[in-house]
Design a binder for this molecule. Structure first.
Ligand code: ASP
Length: 584
């Protein structure tokens, strides 16, 4: 028997018992003729005590960090208790040990805080995974999946696996492609999501489906995106949007309570996409703090500005947006200069920043005093509902860019003011997304969610009129948590004619639609129930629950930010033989 107990198990009540432990040596501390060792396994750390005679054996049998050893001995009470450690009241007085496997000196220290850089730790991920912080993340990930499964199981959802080798379809991101050996010059694609399969399962009558499933998207990697990631993917039949929101709100609450002990008493707030864009400048608002943005375009831009003025920058701009940063009126010149530099960074792309200080004593001071008298500044302050003590920040320029800039600036001020505490959780639903979004580069409308999303019934007729596309709203919704989209879904089209109309609107000819999605259109001829669903980003949900920005820390074997697996050194070349076989 390799062990009678784990390294996290022994307590005072085990004293005087003869036990055997196996594990990894975390540290060896030799004091003259005696030695203390910390032995680690998945469950914890136990201190081993080597008396003089056992210590003497180390001369011929040296031990080092990360050696795997087995130690037998008696559990004894420690004279020097370690309150930090669950096993800190006891130690194992070793009577015999054997080395099960030696270890090289690890390339970084395997401690709570390590000295290894990111890339090095990714190369030796199996060592990094021994560290407590990563182990806690992996445990959290497991608990989240278990909580999700328990909830879904109790609600009659059935997990069904769907294929990984599928057909490339023009939907969303770029596909990862797998060449076929048996069918030369033919290719599989890896699924970006099981979207069509879950809809086909609804056609098959499996009315509550879920799957914790890998998805693959060959996108240009932004910080903290992974080319393969995991979704909690779900679909239901005979439901309305309301049923989906309620079911997955209940699942989210269950997960938070089970994993984190966080109880959401209230229903998640719901706001429309239009409200989110108006008040926060983006569709995934962080509502841990208020500080809503305000558009001042009508007031300040163009010849018809409702407040006439001579400030050319605003007059000539397509739009002006503002936000009042609470309690920042005493910002120094240095601080406002710093914010100006911040909005000028290429990621934000503004030409400058205007500020108005609404001082606590009621006076007002701005960077545009030359152009706006006090009365006008007060009017601006009133229209953004600034309070005494606030610092109003204004940016101007092209509408979408400027709205994005003010939204980022709001978040930045939220950070600076300490409003974005990762231990505070503020979920909400964003509903009524537009069905289409115009792509100025491709000069055509694209599906905002995906081509299987149904328009709101009252907007159905507008699908016959391209000039109305921009106004059509969809039965599509996102679950947002602390400024991050954690899930999204929609009620689906289940009528063949509407689906065909949708493909047409997206620019597919009838033949193309048939070639790419014939199987779906055909399924729609055989009795399709009304259905809808949602997918939650599992990695992201875990990272939020774990209070971390990085999803990588919650994936056992992640890729780096350039999409490389540093441990496997993948992607890598293949040899000529393989290439020939594949006809490449
Ligand atoms: N398949 C969709 C996605 O991956 C989610 C859904 O509509 O259920 O975003």
């Amino acid at each position: 028997m390799y062990r009678t107990h784990t390294c996290g198990e022994l307590r005072l009540e085990h004293c005087n018992q003869e036990v055997t432990l196996s594990g990894w040596i975390k540290s060896v501390r030799k004091f003259g003729s005696i030695t203390f060792l910390d032995l680690r396994d998945r469950y914890g750390i136990t201190q081993l005590f080597f008396n003089e005679s056992i210590t003497a054996l180390l001369d011929t049998n040296p031990l080092g960090r990360e050696f795997v050893i087995q130690a037998k001995g008696k559990v004894i009470e420690r004279s020097n208790k370690n309150k930090e450690l669950p096993t800190g009241d006891i130690e194992l007085e070793v009577s015999a040990f054997s080395v099960l496997n030696k270890s090289e000196i690890p390339p970084f220290t395997i401690e709570e805080e390590t000295d290894g850089g990111d890339e090095l730790r990714m190369k030796y991920r199996f060592l990094d995974l021994r560290r407590d912080p990563l182990k806690r993340n992996m445990e959290l990930r497991y608990r989240v999946s278990r909580a999700a499964r328990n909830f879904l199981d109790s609600a009659s959802f059935m997990e069904v696996e769907t294929p990984m080798l599928i057909k490339s379809t023009p939907e969303g991101a770029r596909d990862f492609i797998v060449p076929s050996r048996m069918h030369q010059n033919q290719f599989y694609a890896l699924p970006q999501s099981p979207q069509l399969f879950k809809q086909l399962l609804m056609v098959a009558g499996y009315d509550r489906y879920y799957q914790i499933v890998k998805c693959f998207r060959d996108e240009d990697l932004r910080a903290d995106r992974q080319p393969e990631f995991t979704q909690i993917d779900c679909e239901m039949s005979f439901i309305h949007q309301e049923d989906i929101l309620n079911t997955f709100e209940a699942m989210t609450k269950h997960i938070f309570q089970d994993v984190k002990g966080v109880v959401f008493e209230e229903a998640f707030p719901r706001i429309t996409y239009d409200e989110a864009m108006r008040d926060y400048g983006n569709d995934k608002p962080d509502i841990r703090f208020e500080m809503k943005i305000k558009e001042l375009t009508t007031m300040l831009c163009g010849a018809d500005a409702t407040m006439p003025h001579e400030f050319g920058v605003f007059k000539d701009a397509e739009s002006v947006f503002a936000v009042a940063a609470a309690g920042c009126s005493e910002y120094t010149r240095k601080q406002t200069d710093e914010l100006t530099e911040w909005v000028k960074r290429p990621q934000i792309g503004m030409k400058g920043l205007v500020y108005i200080k609404v001082n606590v004593d009621g006076s007002i001071k701005s960077s545009v005093d030359k152009f706006f008298d006090e009365e006008k500044l007060k009017q601006i302050a009133a229209s953004v509902q600034a309070q005494p003590g606030d610092l109003i920040l204004l940016v101007s320029g092209e509408r979408n860019l400027t709205r994005k800039a003010i939204s980022e600036l709001r978040l930045e001020m939220g950070n600076r003011l300490g409003y974005r505490n990762p231990d505070v959780f503020k979920p909400l639903w964003v509903v009524d997304f537009p069905l289409f979004e115009y792509d100025p580069e491709e000069k055509r409308y694209m599906a905002m969610h995906h081509p299987f999303t149904s328009p709101k019934p009252e907007h159905l007729a507008w699908m016959m009129d391209e000039s109305k596309y921009g106004a059509i709203k969809a039965n599509a919704y996102d679950l947002v948590l602390n400024g991050t989209e954690v899930g999204g879904g929609s009620i689906r089209i289940f009528d063949k004619q509407i689906q065909e109309r949708m493909f047409k609107a997206l620019g597919f000819s009838e033949e193309e639609a048939q070639e790419k999605f014939g199987f779906l259109l055909s399924a729609f001829e055989y009795g399709t129930p009304p259905h809808g669903g949602i997918a939650l980003g599992f990695d992201r949900l875990c990272s939020l629950l774990g209070g971390s920005e990085s999803i990588r820390d919650f994936i056992a074997f992640p890729k780096n930010n350039a999409g490389k697996d540093m441990m496997l050194d993948a992607p890598g070349p293949i040899d000529d033989k393989q290439r020939k076989e594949l006809g490449l």
